[in-house]
Design a protein around this ligand. Sequence first.
Ligand SMILES: [Zn+2]
Length: 298
Amino acid sequence: MGRTQRPDQILHTLQIRSLLVDRASNCIGPYSVGTMLDTHCHLSFPQFRDNLQKLLSDARAHGVAGAITISTTTSDALQSLDIAQRFANVWCSAGIHPLNCDEPIHWPDLLTAASDPKCVAWGELGLDHHYDDPPRPLQIKVLEDQLTFIKQSGIELPVVVHCRKAFSTLIPILRSSGLPADRFVFHCFTGDEEEARQVLEFGAWISLTGIATFKSAKDVQAAAKLIPDDRIMIETDAPFCTPEPFRKIRPNTPRYAIETARFVANLRASAWDDFHHLININTERFFGIPQAQCVVEG
Ligand SMILES: [Zn+2]
């Protein structure tokens, strides 16, 4: 009598087989030696929507194997999830940006996005006091509502934080949320040394964009040297903030993450290979996206 397999065993066998096929052909893993991830960009923005395949292969050819596309509204959370589901090496987040907090909010959409395996973070959420519109009280209310929502959801993803000129207001709000400080990353850090110290003393991570490469950004560069090895990440925030020497190119795209990474490695007097390895380990630790076991070829 031949062995028969139960349906669940068959499914399991098929899953393993497709995993092996992926490994052999295209490398299932998104990044490894020689490549990194862009940990923060906005692929759902109109500049990119119709051009994603080319943008991602261009990134890969330049050593950026994939990206996390970050949402800014509840409807964008679903659009970002859709992109993450269409591209193997794209992940997404679920959150409301402080500058979009006056747009319609549909909480169930946030939960739908956050519940998907391709969603690796909450956010971006926070405060932007560079602008007075939307008004600060509304920014604070939507921030607090999101933190409560995150806590009540029980979905323990890390949280991407947007903070512009608002460190002393924002950090106490994050602290009082009761969420562990090391689950937060202050993305696109544009503060000075003192503000970096506030973030680090709180216990959060810091992520740098192309702004760190600007000649005018001496404060950010000084701050970048203070960040401990185990709490630093690199991103583009594309379509914004193209790094030097490509600053005039608009829009920024994920491929330029590697330029910022190289600049920051140099700034921190770190060998490129070491720093590259470090940011990949940190991306895996913070977002839980495993590194590949094989080299991804362009
Ligand atoms: Zn952003």
